[in-house]
Design a protein around this ligand. Structure first.
Ligand code: HEM
Ligand code: SF4
Ligand code: SF4
Length: 513
């Protein structure tokens, strides 16, 4: 099975357009789509905190659960009731955010290659969050809980796990006893702990994972949940009555949609769907695609001083340091862990030995991308810049995952694209301005806060502002450098920005005269 490029690019274009609208409303910094994972984390904490509060008033037992929930919902509506509603609505929002996060990562193709680990460890999170949600409904022990419990037991009976069907046991009052409730209650406390462990594993291979959304986004989300809790408080349905056939009432479509499905399909078919989707998600990173996997970064010990800059900048924990093995007078050497490397090249941009101011015609950096060695990149740049004409010669450094810079090429404009804008060592900017006599350097890559490799725009901005190593030297004329962050949906804005930059350069030239 080959994932269709056309479908992928249609979804990608639509996503970029939609996110462009969100950027206009919220600004890139607060765009919720740029931090769905972190939003999921935040909602998880809202669920935990509100859950801990209501659990203090919750009583476990056949006869006790429903009245205790009714107590804090109505008698203590101003706190217990609001906490219950927050617990419910934050759980619903968590489900929505998680599905959007999954779809977004899929559409952006951020599940292939070394990213398989983060993707695959996300899959159990789906089912854990589902189970915690369904289990939560049982805690109330109202008619919906009764319906959900019975339907789930019948669904599980299809599996050849138990010799006697569980539904037989639970058909009588005997099955639903206080022991059953203790089990339900224990699971509702334990599963979130397991979820937390899985979230930790999920982000284990990411450096600097964003686990907290920006404060404005957190407050906005909390406010929206609070308003919803006040306008439409979460309430129970009638108390469960085992003497009456459980009816399905007011389904929560975020968690309980499986039951309407069980009305139309057999238990076996629903199991096939659930297991099928899980397996498909798990094997997705290994399904063939038309995307070329470029070779991973390589360390060249003869040019590695063990400075650790590549370790600090790698967004995927793919470079580690180990004691020097070649007898050179340095403490450590860098080692790339190939299974973790996503081939972004950001480490090359961090390495001091990538500088183009080296005297050798052919040189090797301490860390290199075999598909784009720095020596070859310098040679390509020199050739392209030598052909430029006019008095506002500009070199554009772009990114393979953002707006296509090839379309910008012209008599006075040379373009060079890299796997990520942050693969560009700042010294190349200085080299182009000083040695190659271009009037300006224009750097572009994925939209701000939306780097395909997570950290590219941030590292580039910090390096050019001399706030991060390797720094662009202070003596470099900043007026001759521009940055504009643009996705493939922003080609027009990018071209306009480049025009503006070139006319600024003309202005600078006439000021000098
Ligand atoms: C509620 C559950 C989840 C939470 C709290 C969560 C949280 C996160 C966080 C905090 C990040 C790091 C974001 C960053 O710093 O760039 C992340 C990344 C990621 N998540 Fe999740 N996630 C969840 C579920 C899932 C699921 C279900 C999938 C897919 C099966 C998934 C796939 C990914 C992928 C592929 C990345 C890495 C993106 C990259 O390589 O740049 N996540 N997640
Ligand atoms: S190319 Fe370099 S920075 Fe990027 S993941 Fe590989 S080792 Fe890390
Ligand atoms: S940045 Fe370059 S010199 Fe420094 S440790 Fe990494 S490979 Fe070695």
């Amino acid at each position: 099975m080959i994932i269709s490029n056309q479908a992928e690019s249609f979804a990608h274009r639509t996503l970029l357009r939609f996110e462009g609208i969100l950027n206009k409303i919220f600004g890139n910094d607060l765009n919720p789509f740029y931090c769905l994972g972190a939003l999921g984390f935040f909602l998880f904490w809202v669920v935990v905190v509100s859950g801990v509060y209501i659990y203090a008033f919750y009583k476990t037992g056949m006869e006790l659960s429903y009245p205790s929930v009714e107590y804090y919902t109505h008698e203590q509506w101003y706190l217990g009731g609001i906490m219950r509603s927050l617990h419910r609505y934050a759980s619903d929002a968590l489900m929505v955010v998680m599905v959007l996060h999954l779809l977004r990562e899929f559409i952006l193709g951020r599940y292939r290659g070394a990213r398989w680990f983060t993707w695959v460890t996300g899959v159990p999170l789906i089912w854990l969050i589902f189970s915690a949600g369904i289990n939560g409904y049982w805690m109330v022990w109202d008619t919906l809980a009764q319906f959900s419990t019975v339907a789930t037991i019948e669904w599980f009976d299809w599996l050849p796990i138990f010799s006697d069907p569980m539904s037989g046991y639970f058909a009588s009052q005997e099955g639903f006893n206080d022991r059953f409730f203790s089990l339900v209650s224990f699971a509702h406390v334990t599963v979130p702990l397991v979820i937390l462990i899985f979230i930790w594993v999920h982000i284990l291979r990411l450096s600097y994972p964003v686990v907290n959304p920006k404060r404005g986004l957190m407050l906005g989300m909390l406010l929206a949940l609070l308003i919803l809790s006040l306008v439409k408080p979460a309430v129970s349905q009638g108390p469960a009555d085992l003497g009456i056939e459980p009816a399905r009432l007011g389904i929560d479509w975020f968690y309980l949609f499986i039951y309407p499905l069980l009305d139309v399909w057999s238990a076996g078919q629903v199991w096939a769907l659930v297991i099928g989707i899980s397996l498909l998600l798990c094997v997705l990173p290994w399904l063939p695609t038309r995307h070329k996997q470029i070779p991973v970064a390589e360390v060249h010990l003869e040019d590695c001083s063990g400075c650790r800059l590549c370790v600090a900048d790698c967004p995927y924990e793919a470079v580690v340091m180990r004691p020097r093995s070649d007898g050179m007078n340095f403490m450590e050497e860098a080692v790339v862990v190939p299974d973790r490397c996503v081939s972004c090249g950001i480490c090359v941009g961090a390495c001091p030995s990538s500088t183009p101011f080296r005297s050798e015609t052919e040189y090797i950096s301490g860390i290199e991308m075999p598909s784009l060695p720095m020596s070859g990149f310098r040679a390509a740049m020199v050739t392209k810049l030598a052909r430029l004409k006019g008095d506002t010669r500009v070199v554009v450094f772009g990114c393979d995952h953002a707006a296509n810079v090839e379309n910008l090429r012209g008599d006075g404009i040379a373009v060079l694209s890299l796997p990520c804008a942050a693969m560009l060592p700042p010294s190349f900017i200085e080299y182009a301005l000083r040695e190659q006599q271009v009037e300006g350097v224009f750097v572009t890559g994925c939209r701000e806060s939306d780097c395909y490799y997570r950290m590219g725009d941030l590292w580039t901005k910090q390096r050019l502002a001399a706030k991060r190593e390797p720094r662009l030297r202070n003596r470099t004329d900043r007026e001759r450098i521009a940055q504009f962050w643009a996705s493939s949906a922003d080609a027009e804005e990018l071209a306009l920005e480049l025009d503006k930059f070139r006319s600024n350069l003309r202005g600078l030239a006439s000021d000098k005269k």
